[in-house]
Design a protein around this ligand. Structure first.
Ligand code: IPD
Length: 265
């Protein structure tokens, strides 16, 4: 029988709450443990400890599920469910004591994201969503503010960890910034995408994200009425993620298309 999305959401929320508390406790005195793809791509011991906790809690309840996590890789399962986990999204903020980081847990059934939790402990915000069932912040139903024209849009973005990619992202930004209200680089895709649902930003785009960055907050965004997509009208991908209210989404996508926002130049 098909797994119940609401039960998956409840488990995601419970585990994200415990994981967020653990990470928040560990934020004081945190240091870089390692670097990953480049010197700017850091991992702390709390990224690893938090992901271990999340995996253990999910698999204790649902031992046959698969788990894809930012730090621990891909564990195969035998059920129809795969969990997609970012234990600390916004690791650099976390390291510097900034509030904008979060725990993101999504559940896919047969490859489709159906349930999600995003916990932003320093803001005291717990987001949750079920596909077709709406998005909530701390229990309250969310509806993203209406679209604004592109020249009034506050646009959030981020930069990858590779120097060549960053140069191209800066080139794209040069062409974007004259056409929008302003740009924000918050440092956490989970905070950015949930921030679209609450109206802190109007639009978002970023190249080089991974499924764990966009799956959970992306469901919150779409369930709050936003469109989430990728390059050439396709789904979100590592090449490019775009999110905004319909109308603004198309304006931003059209602006980005000829700029090479989905390439490294
Ligand atoms: C990062 C954040 C950041 C984005 C990076 C991501 P991490 O996630 O979401 O905003 O610009 O591309 O890698 O590494 O802190 O989990």
């Amino acid at each position: 029988s098909a797994p119940d999305p609401e039960a998956l959401r409840d488990l995601a929320v419970t585990v994200a709450a415990e994981a967020g508390a653990l990470a928040a406790e560990g934020q004081a005195g945190i240091t870089v443990l390692d670097t990953k793809s480049s010197p700017t791509d850091v991992v702390t011991k709390m990224d690893r400890a938090t992901e271990e906790l999340i995996r253990a809690r999910l698999l204790a309840q649902r031992p046959h599920d698969a788990v894809l996590g930012e730090e621990g890789g891909d564990d195969a399962g035998t059920s129809r469910v795969r969990w997609v986990v970012d234990p600390i999204d916004g690791t650099v903020n976390y390291l510097y004591g900034s509030p904008d980081w979060g725990v993101a847990i999504a559940a896919e059934v047969d490859g489709v994201v159906v349930a999600a939790a995003v916990n932003i402990p320093s803001r005291g915000e717990m987001f949750e969503a079920v596909r077709g069932g709406g998005a909530r912040r701390d229990g309250e139903l969310l509806r993203a503010p209406d679209a604004v024209p592109l020249d009034r849009a506050l646009v959030a973005t981020g930069f990858g960890y590779f120097p060549e990619r960053r140069v191209q992202q800066a080139r794209v930004l040069l062409e974007v910034i004259p056409h929008i209200r302003d740009i924000r680089r918050g440092g956490s895709a989970a905070v950015d995408l949930t921030g679209l649902a609450t109206g802190r930003y109007n639009a978002f785009y970023e190249r080089g994200l991974h499924a764990w960055d966009w799956s959970a907050p992306g469901l919150v965004a779409t369930e709050a009425g936003l469109r989430l997509g990728g390059p050439h009208g396709g789904p979100p991908s590592e090449d490019l993620v775009i999110a905004a209210r319909p109308g603004l989404y198309e304006e931003l996508a059209e602006l980005l298309a000829p700029l090479g926002a989905d390439t490294d130049g």
